[in-house]
Design a protein. Structure first.
Length: 480
């Protein structure tokens, strides 16, 4: 009997403790929380009426308002973010300890998003964000960086960025990709190159998967036949007055998430350097104002900002041995997105660089229906060009523009586009709007893409979708 009373008391104590912990989470969460994410200020506010607001200066996709509900029995506590006006839900875990808040939230289409299993930064992926915040507003001061001292020589990169102008990504040509049963790397015909130039595009981004055409182990020699194939495409583009950006695309481990069966993760960085040594040497005599080197497409989140900063600085030194005057293109860390631009640590003694970001927001429109992009169930989403739709895009582009002016580095939007399943009118409207907004800010840009699911070129008629082409108005004078 005595033991039964003890056990009953223990149960009561445990339940009371859990209840108090839950109450602590619910009550302690009210008010403002501050953090610096991707070296940009973030403010999160929870109100007692069950509403919240999240403001991220660098990322419109993480600026939202809505309702929140906390499950007080789960440990750590569950938090649901809903009615955010984005067509998505947020499911996460949250913990409050004094003046510190830790929260991880996965965002996705309603009915498809799944809650993270642990409150841990290692659980991050494309759609999951981790917040480590506190009550001290001075935390935001860490995002304030003094403007760079910009030398006169920085002007060259801006001039060459204008030479890139409005262009298109040549995907499906030498990247070995296959989407929806398409034949990978169908030959690029002279008629197709001419059609790109005649349409009014100023440049192309040649997306190449070099790892499929080199020795699997050191010294990673590139197949001479593949180099010649790339060279032939470059020459035909130059003959049509198209500038060319040669990039490293679909790279295992450090761009894509797939592993390489031949070499380790760390060995990939050495291989990337060796590949660029070969590419730079082979193309060193191409005109510096017409041929650009794009060092790596979308460095992945596994690499992170620190490793990518270390990597591209090493690559720059490697390429400069044979190409001292070549303009190089540097992607932003963590998937090449615009919001991570402030994490770049560019060399202070090299101003012949262009910074590349990719832009596909709103994701539920541009990637509608694609499961690999966490956009299931969003088919039929339209983009009408309303003020509410334009405002977040303009905020993101303005963030990049201010960064460019403060740091003296030109901006190139290396990818933007809309899947071909989208409503044609919305697709044309969005792509035309994006092109003009980037042009207004002095950015160069490349549409994704030429072939496959995001393409808008008809290989049978050798013509582009006229509605999109008209929306782009490539022949018109850039807007002021």
């Amino acid at each position: 009997m005595h033991m039964k009373k003890i056990l009953t008391l223990m149960v009561i104590v445990c339940l009371t403790t859990l209840q108090l912990m839950a109450q602590n989470v619910s009550n302690a969460i009210y008010g403002e929380w501050y953090a610096v994410s991707d070296k940009a200020p973030v403010t999160l506010t929870f109100r007692q009426d069950g509403t919240f607001s999240l403001v991220n200066e660098a990322f419109s996709g993480m600026t939202m308002e809505g309702k929140y509900v906390i499950n007080e029995q789960a440990q750590p506590a569950h938090i649901d973010l809903t009615e955010m006006g984005t067509g998505m839900d947020g499911l996460g875990l949250v913990e409050v300890k004094g003046d510190d808040l830790a929260m991880i939230v996965s965002f996705g289409p309603k009915g498809y998003v799944q809650r993270p299993k642990k409150l841990d930064v290692s659980a991050l992926d494309l759609s999951t964000r981790y917040f480590s915040m506190n009550r001290d507003k001075h935390t935001l001061d860490a995002a304030n960086v003094a403007p760079a001292t910009i030398p006169a020589e920085a002007k060259l990169a801006f001039e060459r960025n204008q030479r890139l102008g409005a262009g298109i990504c040549l995907n499906g040509v030498v990247d070995g990709n296959s989407f929806r049963g398409t034949i990978p790397d169908m030959p690029l015909t002279d008629a197709e190159v001419k059609a790109i130039a005649d349409a009014g595009f100023k440049s192309v981004r040649l997306c190449a998967t070099w790892t499929r055409h080199c020795m699997p182990n050191s010294p990673y020699t590139i197949d001479p036949a593949f180099l010649k194939k790339v060279d032939d495409i470059v020459e035909r583009c130059l003959a049509n007055h198209l500038a060319v950006s040669i990039d490293v695309h679909y790279y295992p481990y450090i761009n894509m998430d797939d592993e390489d069966k031949f070499i380790s993760y760390e060995e990939n960085f050495n291989r990337l350097s060796v590949l660029w040594e070969q590419i730079a040497t082979y193309f060193k005599d191409k005109p510096n104002d017409m041929v650009f080197f794009d060092l790596l497409n979308e460095p992945n989140m596994r690499m992170g900002a620190d490793k990518w900063n270390e990597t591209f600085n090493t690559l720059i030194k490697q390429v400069r041995k044979t190409n001292p005057d070549r303009t190089l293109i540097i992607s932003t860390p963590n998937l090449g997105q615009h919001w991570s631009i402030n994490q770049l640590e560019l060399p202070a003694d090299d101003w012949n660089l262009i910074v590349q970001v990719h832009y596909y927001l709103p994701h539920t429109f541009t990637h509608q229906g694609l499961s690999y992009a966490h956009a299931e169930g969003t088919e039929g989403t339209k983009w009408l060009g309303t003020e509410a739709e334009r405002k977040p895009i303009e905020a993101d582009l303005d963030y990049c523009y201010k960064w460019s002016q403060r740091n003296g580095r030109p901006i190139y939007v290396g990818e933007y586009g809309v899947i071909d399943d989208a409503e044609p009118a919305s697709r044309a409207r969005y792509m035309g709007y994006m092109k003009h907004e980037m042009e207004k800010r002095g950015f160069s840009s490349h549409i994704w893409g030429f072939r496959e699911a995001f393409g808008f070129f008809n290989p049978k008629t050798h013509t582009f979708d006229e509605h999109i082409l008209n929306a782009l108005s490539l022949g018109e004078k850039p807007l002021p």
